[in-house]
Design a binder for this molecule. Structure first.
Ligand code: NAD
Length: 233
């Protein structure tokens, strides 16, 4: 399958790109250059996205400002405008599968001790989380109004190694997403079966014994089987 990966020069993009390339014909795009990046492009306009999506069956959209403390000016281009441009172009091009990076920050308004569920609606407690609720709304819009199937990734705390409990918050340990599970999550989101009409959600956390978010039905249906555990010692 021809897959377009955005945010390919970023931390998650660089982690998933080699594995995606073992299964699919991947075109890797980012504002910045980086290993394996095929093209530098700014995704804030629909015209650029329409050009990039020509002949593509699946889009994995990771490009964004990932800073939970970012202000409106810093969030507007990538998180608001580019997300819209990607969603509009996916609809217009008749892309088969659209995968959008959301965040567990979209759920940060729930009490810390509560395990959030796939079925829970977004409740952001910062502006970054609100832009991810916007991304989820765009995904729902595309799923409801086109033949494109949509998967939303509510990504937790992606980190190359288990967060050190001496410095990380309990939430950040419980929300850990390992590199291996990030790869498994993205492959499942691209290849898994998704019904049309409603966006499917994957909580992007590892198989942590105590986890900030559940690994529910959507994961089982899509085939995301997390393996790593931040509490395994
Ligand atoms: N890292 C985490 O723990 C985490 C947690 C939750 C959600 N996420 C989400 O996952 C995705 C990837 O996160 P990351 O940690 O790899 O971030 P990152 O900052 O390392 O990578 C994001 C990439 O997007 C690119 N980009 C930004 N604006 C762009 C634009 N207008 N056009 C094209 N490319 C643009 C950047 O150049 C960068 O390489 C983001 O959507 C982020 O919000 C990440």
């Amino acid at each position: 399958m021809r897959v377009l990966l955005t945010g390919a020069a970023g931390r998650l993009g660089q982690t998933v790109l080699p594995a995606l390339r073992t299964r699919h014909d991947v075109r890797a795009v980012d504002l910045l250059s980086g290993p394996g990046v095929d093209e530098q492009a700014d995704l804030t306009t629909t015209d650029t996205c329409l050009r990039l999506f020509d002949g593509v069956q699946a889009v994995v959209h990771l490009a964004a400002n990932p800073d939970p403390e970012a202000d409106w000016e810093a969030l507007l281009p990538a998180n608001v405008l580019a997300s819209h441009a990607v969603a509009q172009a996916a609809k217009d091009c008749g892309i088969d599968r659209l995968v959008l990076a959301s965040s567990l920050q979209a759920m940060s308004g729930y009490p810390d001790e509560r395990q959030v569920r796939v079925e829970d609606p977004p409740r952001p407690a910062n502006l970054y989380g609100a832009t991810k609720a916007w991304v989820e709304a765009l995904g729902s819009w595309v799923a409801a109004t086109s033949s494109t199937t949509v998967v939303l990734l509510r990504i937790g705390n992606f980190s190359p190694s288990v967060p050190d409990p001496a410095v990380a918050t309990p939430r950040d340990v419980a929300a850990w997403l390992s590199p291996g599970d990030a790869v498994r999550m993205v492959l499942a989101a691209v290849d898994g079966r998704v019904a049309s009409g409603q966006a499917a959600i994957i909580n992007g956390v590892s198989a942590n014994q105590w986890r900030k978010a559940d690994l529910g039905d959507a994961e089982r249906r899509l085939g995301y089987h997390a393996e790593d555990d931040a509490f395994a010692g």
